[in-house]
Structure formats: structure tokens, C-alpha cells
Ligand binder design. Structure first.
Ligand code: ADP
Ligand code: MG
Length: 308
């Protein structure tokens, strides 16, 4: 029987933790796990693996962009918790017979992302493989004194906001996006963030990660979604790309109405070219509804999920 990543994750989530003396504050199900420390902050830990042919194509992407992406997708998950990234370990499987310069280029890309956000690469593992190039980065972070922002804190009535623009990933943005680490930390310091995640599977799918964990629904206004225009290689509409393409790596977050009003008028990141836009709100009714000029309808599920 074929299956997919969500079924496997559900099965993993149902298992009790083996280590009972110091159980995680948050285990499986958020963008990063949250682990206790003896101090007032918590540890954050996340891992993401990139595989040639699934997440990038070496015929069109340079090793440097691939290395950058491998670190940046993890930075994005720490950003989703409003955490500060700190240390990484990196595991690489290099294809036998690859271009001689590929490993060095990958390292350059990894360090370009790590240096930008003050992350030290402190270890890893290197192998040769007859399979595809694979890079796995495990990234540690630290929550702010205000604690991590989870997916589960959304409240009906909260406004749903996104950073930046959605839908441009297939046009190449997935290789050079800037993880919203600094924005998330600044937002968390100045506004009440009830819930947050990064958009990795596509808005239509990711909004459900937030609503399900928060036991709410959402109404989203398609006309307000900030869309990054292509060029796209297909004839799907821009809004379709914005709703269903994965790997935008922008932040989706829920804030109380009052904070939303303040934040939208502040637009604190405009000088860096990063807008914050309200796209809808959370509701008591548990469904996710899309509104446009033609009326409203349940937002069809979709988005990327790994299947086998
Ligand atoms: P993200 O897109 O934010 O990186 P994922 O969709 O990859 O998150 O994963 C969702 C949740 O499931 C995360 O909490 C992740 O840690 C967990 N998860 C995914 N795969 C596994 C696995 N093989 N073992 C344990 N936990 C997993
Ligand atoms: Mg994530």
C-alpha cells in the first residue's frame, strides 16, 4: 500500500517518549522540537534533508545554491518558533564521480547561510554514494525569553498574517529565499504572536497545520494574498501557485486584532523590502474557507507531501 509522510508522522506522534525524566516541551508536530534547559529559555532542534531530484536539480542549480538552501530551510524552521539559531551539524552524501568542485561549492553555500545568521557548524558526517546528492542539516536554536511560538496558540478572531510574497518558489525562489529569522525575532519582541509556522508545503496545506493544532478554522481572502509573479513554466494561475506550491518559506502567523492593526500600520520590515499582509482570520468553525469575487467555498486541500 502506498503511503505518505503525514501517516508516518501520525504514527510516530502516537508513541510515548522513552525518556520520561526530561520530556520535551514540544515533541513531534511543530516546526522544531522544544527541549527544556535549566535556564529560562528552551532549546530548539530541527532537521531537514534535501535530496537531489526531489528538492533541487543539479542541472540547473549550483552546488552553492543547494548548500545555501540546505541550511536555509532549517533556519526557516527555527524562525517559525521565533528562535535564534545557534549551532548546526551537517551530513552529506556526495555522489561518486561528481564534479570535482561540487563538495567545495556546497560548503560555500552552507557557510553563506550559516554566517548570515550567526550559526556555527560544529560537526557532521561525510559519505560517498552511488545515489543522489543528499544533504541533511540538524540545527539547534534557542527560544527567546518570551518562549517559543507554537502552531497551537491560535485563537478564534486572531488575524492571519504573512511575511513577503507567496507563489514564486518554482520560479527559482526556493533556492535563494531569505529565512525570516530576524523578522520573527523582531515580531515576537514587539507584538503578541499567538501561533506561527513557516510555509513549506504551500499555504493551503500549512494553514491547516496551524488551524488543526489550534483547534480553530480560518477564513482566507484570496484577493488579499500577496502574490509573487512568475515567470511560471505552466498555465496555472498565480493564486494557484500561491496556495499550492511548497517552499515559499515565508512566515504565517496569528495575532490578536489589536496587535495586527499596529503591526500592519508599522510595517517594520519595509526598509528591507519585506511586507506583512493580512490574509484572513481564525474562526470558531473548524473548516478553512476561501473567499474571492465569486463568493466563498471550502479551501481544497493540496500542497506538497512526500509519498511512497
Ligand atoms: P517542517 O515542514 O516544518 O520541516 P515536517 O512537515 O517536515 O515539518 O514535519 C512535521 C513534524 O513531524 C515535525 O515536528 C517533524 O519533526 C516531525 N517528523 C517528520 N518526520 C519525522 C520522522 N521521520 N521522525 C520523527 N519525527 C518526524
Ligand atoms: Mg516548518
Amino acid at each position: 500500500m502506498s503511503s505518505d509522510e503525514w501517516r508516518l508522522i501520525d504514527a510516530l506522534r502516537a508513541r510515548p517518549f522513552s525518556r520520561r525524566s526530561a520530556t520535551p516541551i514540544v515533541g513531534i508536530g511543530d516546526d522544531a522540537a522544544v527541549l527544556p534547559t535549566s535556564g529560562t529559555t528552551s532549546f530548539l532542534i530541527t532537521v531537514d534533508m534535501l535530496i537531489e531530484g526531489v528538492h533541487f536539480d543539479l542541472r540547473t542549480a549550483t552546488g552553492s545554491r543547494v548548500g545555501y538552501k540546505a541550511m536555509a530551510v532549517n533556519l526557516s524552521d527555527i524562525a517559525a518558533m521565533a528562535g535564534r539559531p545557534t549551532y548546526a551539524v551537517v551530513a552529506i552524501a556526495i555522489p561518486k564521480g561528481c564534479d570535482e568542485s561540487l563538495p567545495t561549492e556546497i560548503l560555500q553555500g552552507l557557510y553563506r547561510a550559516a554566517d548570515t545568521f550567526g550559526v556555527s557548524i560544529v560537526g557532521g558526517d561525510t559519505n560517498a554514494t552511488s545515489g543522489p546528492l543528499t544533504i541533511s542539516v540538524t540545527l539547534l536554536g534557542e527560544s527567546s525569553g518570551r518562549g517559543p511560538v507554537l502552531r497551537s496558540g491560535g485563537v478564534a478572531g486572531d488575524r492571519l498574517l504573512v511575511t513577503g510574497q507567496l507563489g514564486g518558489s518554482l520560479a527559482g525562489h526556493h533556492l535563494d529565499f531569505i529565512p525570516r529569522v530576524n523578522e520573527a525575532i523582531a515580531l515576537h519582541a514587539r507584538y503578541q504572536l499567538h501561533a506561527m509556522l513557516d510555509l513549506s508545503d504551500g499555504l493551503a496545506s500549512d494553514v491547516r497545520h496551524l488551524t488543526r493544532e489550534s483547534n480553530v478554522g480560518a477564513r482566507i481572502d484570496a484577493r488579499r494574498i500577496p502574490i509573487q509573479l512568475g515567470p511560471f513554466a505552466d498555465d496555472r494561475s498565480p493564486i494557484d501557485h500561491a496556495l499550492y506550491d511548497g517552499e515559499d518559506f515565508e512566515l504565517l502567523f496569528a495575532v490578536p486584532e489589536e496587535d495586527a492593526r499596529r503591526l500592519l500600520s508599522d510595517q517594520p520590515f519595509l526598509s528591507d523590502g519585506v511586507s506583512v499582509t493580512e490574509i484572513g482570520h481564525l474562526t470558531v468553525a473548524r473548516d478553512v474557507v476561501l473567499i474571492d469575487d465569486e463568493g466563498e467555498r471550502p479551501l481544497p486541500e493540496g500542497g506538497y507531501r512526500h509519498q511512497w
